[in-house]
Design a protein around this ligand. Structure first.
Ligand code: COD
Length: 326
């Protein structure tokens, strides 16, 4: 089982090296992260963006060796990078200076995208100084208002990924505002349905409770005070968010007020996909890269590439062999 991001990076560094394709890579913090991940040995960078801008920036970031795919049109970078990954010219996709929705739409592109036929969902992982282990949360980045079927898909994706990371029986909180099942509040009926599915063995193995409010999920005293006999209280591994706003605000409050670290990926795709935020620090971006690489290592269908014909790209590739600058 993974305990923190240091361990996650070490595990990624001990595995194989992946070709990381970054969409719209002209960003100092992002290039610093890519250089760090390359130095740690788990990625070989392929940067998509305007070559004239990117080349000096890559040198300044200390990238010893990388490929630059010249794509002068900012709005074409996401699809260009996605096509490189879907065609087998790169292994792992990463978001650069691209809007999240634009990035996700490129991933969902019917012709060149990374769809698997299953639901795609976002998985976020947080390390908080105040909590004794990593907390996983889904979906706070892609599915905006999932129905019950989509929540079951989100749960399946998250549990599959967590199994790859060594979590055999994760404790899952199907988050709501309180513990009462109320037909007028769909999040509570959905949470109850998911808890029943888990109890009946209709999900991957997990200990799922819901509906459950945040205080009961994370504070045993609150659970005791409310007279709730919870088996997960104070020890939750995965939060299943009722909607994107809840998961997103929860995560961003940890990042903003608790100085948490995080990592983000998209699940359900045919290749590993990094989903970070443009405002992430280099350190945080490395966590996301490491997580995507680790999932690729542990999941053969993600990590092994079926060689396909190269995409017909109107790009040129430049190889850098720059010296590290101080
Ligand atoms: N999994 C699989 N297929 C999907 C998914 C999914 N999660 N979402 C959409 N599709 C498919 C649909 O079946 C359809 O074929 C096609 O994609 C288009 O679907 P639409 O029209 O419902 O979706 P879009 O293109 O309008 O939007 C999809 C986004 C994922 C871009 C959109 O839902 C979005 O912007 N999500 C939130 C992103 C965000 O703001 N995140 C927070 C950032 S911090």
């Amino acid at each position: 089982m993974l305990h923190n991001f240091t361990e996650l990076r070490q595990r990624a560094a001990a595995g194989r090296q992946y070709r990381l394709c970054v969409a719209a890579a002209a960003d100092e913090e992002l290039l610093a992260a890519v250089a760090l991940a390359a130095d740690m040995g788990f990625v070989k960078p392929v940067l998509v963006g305007d070559g004239e801008t990117l080349e000096p920036m890559a040198r300044a970031a200390g990238l010893q060796a990388c490929s630059i795919v010249h794509c002068p049109q900012q709005d074409e970078c996401a699809l260009t990078a996605v096509r490189m990954v879907s065609s087998g010219e790169a292994d792992v996709l990463m978001k650069g200076r691209v809007n999240t929705s634009e990035y996700l739409r490129a991933i969902l592109n019917r012709e060149h995208g990374l769809r698997s036929g299953n639901l795609l969902s976002a998985l976020a992982v947080y390390e908080l100084g105040e909590y004794h282990k990593l907390i996983f949360c889904s979906d706070s980045g892609m599915n905006t208002a999932p129905d019950l079927g989509q929540k079951a898909g989100i749960l399946h994706n998250a549990l599959s990924a967590m199994r790859c990371l060594g979590f055999d029986m994760p404790k899952v909180a199907a988050l709501t505002a309180n513990e009462a099942v109320d037909p007028k509040v769909p999040s509570t009926t959905d949470a109850k349905a998911l808890a029943d599915m888990a109890a009946e063995g209709k999900t991957l193995p997990c200990l799922l409770e819901g509906p459950i409010a945040f205080d009961v999920a994370f504070d045993r005293d609150a659970a005791a005070h409310k007279g709730i006999a919870s088996k997960i209280s104070g020890d939750v591994d995965l939060i299943l968010a009722p909607n994107i706003e809840t998961g997103n605000a929860l995560g961003k409050s940890w990042l903003t007020l608790n100085k948490a670290q995080w990592a983000g990926v998209i699940l359900g795709t045919i290749r590993p996909v990094v989903l970070g935020s443009r405002s992430d620090t280099a350190e945080v971006k490395v966590n996301s890269i490491a997580l995507a690489c680790l999932l690729a290592q542990a999941s053969p269908s993600l990590g092994e590439h079926v060689e396909a014909a190269p995409a017909q790209l109107h790009t040129s590739t430049i190889s850098l062999s720059a010296k590290r600058t101080q």
